[in-house]
Ligand binder design. Structure first.
Ligand code: SAM
Length: 264
């Protein structure tokens, strides 16, 4: 059997019937797909085609947290809460920029933890539409923009919001948020400020990383731009073939603005 052939297993999850591929070898995360029954039709969808997923209400939730056991919004926000309690700081002191915000699952978690001010940013208009449709009260405001651009009209509004925390979940690396956008987002929050994010563990491995995040994080730590307060390896989710995917959740203090010369 090749990776292209499948014998999907039908299963009903959270209202959206899903079928996952049964393949001999595991698929890279970038190649993962599933079949979802939308209306009367089974549609094949790549897991990284977020726009297509957000357009179908409840599909993201049925697939990632329910079927594939993704726990990253809770894990990253939980780690941030733990660190803040060590610093005797309250979650309601935070003014958060949620980068790669998607349909608002992270904002939901932040609200449950007591955060009152949350601004979302995503590159996809479908993400903002889904957040507005599914979680209309999650964000104070939500911008569709590309943070790799050097200047964008929305950056001014984000700076004026005096944000002091950057949260980014399941959005760094792959074809998602690159190192340049991460630095720009770090600089949209004040110094000192908080950073809470997760990343696939191999992207922090010197020998395996091709995203540049391993080198960037190392430089930022060594040169005192950030101080890591918590670092936790955990199972982010299962792959479509049932293999555990491990990520690192990190909470750090951002101490000063980060120059673009830090880019690897
Ligand atoms: C796996 S989803 C995670 C969504 C949300 N953080 C969560 O945990 O539920 C990754 C998100 O990152 C967004 N993204 C990818 N590249 C981006 C970029 N350059 N700037 C902003 N968002 C980006 C995608 O559009 C997508 O909504």
């Amino acid at each position: 059997m090749t990776q292209q052939q499948s014998h999907p297993i039908g299963e009903q999850f959270g209202g959206i019937p899903l079928r996952l591929p049964q393949v001999a070898a595991s698929l890279d995360q970038n190649e993962e797909w599933c079949e979802a029954r939308i209306g009367n039709q089974w549609r094949r969808i790549r897991l990284h085609d977020y726009g297509e997923i957000y357009n179908v209400p409840n599909l993201y939730e049925s697939l990632f947290p329910r079927r594939l056991k993704c726990c990253s919004p809770e894990r990253v926000v939980g780690l941030l809460e733990e660190v803040l309690s060590d610093f005797t700081q309250d979650m309601d002191d935070l003014r958060v920029l949620d980068m790669g915000a998607g349909n608002g699952m992270v904002a939901d978690q932040l609200r449950r933890s007591g955060v009152k001010t949350i601004y979302g940013v995503d590159i996809l208009p479908e993400a903002r539409s889904a957040a507005r449709r599914d979680r209309p009260k999650a964000y104070n405001d939500y911008f569709v923009c590309d943070l790799t651009e050097s200047e964008h009209a929305d950056f001014g509004q984000l700076k004026a919001a005096h944000l002091n925390t950057l949260v980014t979940v399941a959005a760094l690396g792959y074809d998602d948020i690159p190192t340049k956008a991460f630095i720009q987002a770090c600089n949209l929050i004040e110094s000192p400020g908080w950073l809470a994010f997760n990343i696939k563990e191999t992207f922090l491995d010197e020998d395996a990383d091709q995203t540049g995040f391993c080198a960037l994080v190392r430089r930022l730590r060594r040169q005192g731009y950030i101080q890591v307060q918590a670092y936790r390896r955990y199972r982010h989710r299962l792959s479509v073939t049932g293999t555990p995917l491990y990520y690192i959740a990190m909470v750090a203090t951002k101490r000063k603005p980060i120059p673009m010369s830090m880019l690897p």
